[in-house]
Design a protein around this ligand. Structure first.
Ligand SMILES: NC(=O)C1=CN([C@@H]2O[C@H](COP(=O)(O)OP(=O)(O)OC[C@H]3O[C@@H](n4cnc5c(N)ncnc54)[C@H](O)[C@@H]3O)[C@@H](O)[C@H]2O)C=CC1
Ligand SMILES: O=C([O-])C1=[NH+]CCC1
Length: 312
């Protein structure tokens, strides 16, 4: 009879998962993934069950990392919520299994993992693609992802100015009120992005909100929202003019409306740049289109469990 799984709630996962530990593991696993060695990593494209009646979907995200001994799946729901709803848009649970025996070893909250690993991967993209002189950070959206991106981007990089825009100005104001450092609240997307060197799009938009004509040449955009084949955050001009990087080519061509509907060409995966097989075109305008990957959840969950085990 196997031992009962460890149960970890959001508070515990948040406490145990630090960006300093997470970033190197994500860099390593993204690099390995891009080598496409199926004896090392198996990660199918996310299975998605649309719940059209309620503006949501259920995604199942399994992954097996042989060398690391990680067998994992995340189950995640995303519901487009009314502004100010008390329920989060993303709710998730992550299961870790014993790869040899198949029993569940841990069941943990996936909200904190999703928030932190997505922001950490965007930060890796910014490290590689942002202009050498990056003074202005702009965040579009004021939800969970906006906050985790603010946290890790301002932890890793020094900006002279940080701007935030949200659909309702009071939500942007609420976001800023929670922070220690000054952040400019902008009244329009245009005002927020003009002159910005790094732009994070982390909204629930399903139509473009960011237009290429406003974007400073050479800027880097970490595009986190619009994770359905018919949803957009970025317009055709931006998608076609920028050098487009993705987390996974298969995920991007199956799920990203920004890529599918604009017809933009994917230049490389983040992992291919990490591996040195494709260049980081830092001097050009770059888009990193993130959809999220099971391997990112898997290494995050393993890290959380290792930390928890070291304390018990
Ligand atoms: N790439 C990835 O790995 C991940 C992507 N996501 C995506 O990131 C986005 C943000 O997620 P959360 O921060 O968790 O959600 P959230 O609900 O906490 O925040 C959503 C933000 O988008 C804004 N928004 C909603 N609809 C909008 C519209 N039509 N136009 C402009 N702004 C709009 C809201 O005002 C809010 O500021 C979602 O699209 C979600 O699917 C979430 C998790 C992982
Ligand atoms: O990777 C992820 O968990 C998600 N991507 C888009 C919605 C949830």
């Amino acid at each position: 009879m196997s031992e009962s799984p460890v149960l970890l709630n959001k508070h515990e996962v948040e406490r145990l998962l630090t960006y300093d530990d997470l970033i190197p593991r994500l860099e390593s696993v993204m690099g390995k993934f891009s080598k496409r060695d199926s004896s090392e990593i198996i990660q199918p494209v996310r299975s998605v069950v649309p719940i059209q009646q309620h503006n949501g979907f259920l995604g199942v995200m399994p992954a097996y990392l042989a060398a690391e001994g990680i067998l994992c799946t995340k189950m995640v729901t995303f519901y487009q919520r009314a502004e100010g709803s008390s329920l989060p848009s993303i709710q998730a649970t992550v299961l870790l299994f014993h790869p040899e025996h198949g029993n569940v070893t841990a069941i943990m909250d996936g909200e904190a993992i999703t928030a932190k690993r997505t922001a950490a991967v965007s930060a890796i993209s910014a490290k590689l693609f942002k202009p050498a002189l990056s003074e202005v950070l702009c965040i579009l959206g004021s939800g969970q992802q906006a906050r985790s991106h603010y946290d890790v981007f301002t932890k890793l990089f020094k900006f002279k100015e940080v701007r935030v825009w949200s659909r309702r100005k009071e939500m942007a104001q609420r976001f800023v009120n929670d922070l220690q450092d000054p952040v400019t609240v902008c009244s329009s997307v245009k005002e927020a992005v003009i002159g910005a060197d790094v732009i994070v799009t982390a909204t629930g938009a399903s139509q473009p909100i960011l237009f290429g004509e406003w974007v400073k040449p050479g800027a880097h955009i970490a595009a986190v929202g619009a994770c359905r084949p018919d949803w957009r955050e970025l317009d055709d001009v931006l998608m076609r003019e920028a050098v487009v990087y993705v987390d996974s080519r298969e995920g991007a061509t199956a799920e990203s409306g920004d890529i599918i509907l604009s017809g933009a060409e994917v230049f490389a995966e983040l992992g291919e740049v990490i591996n040195g097989s494709f260049p980081a075109q830092r001097e050009k305008t770059t888009v990193f289109k993130s959809l999220g990957m099971g391997i990112q959840d898997a290494v995050s969950a393993k890290l959380v469990l290792e930390k928890w085990n070291s304390e018990h």
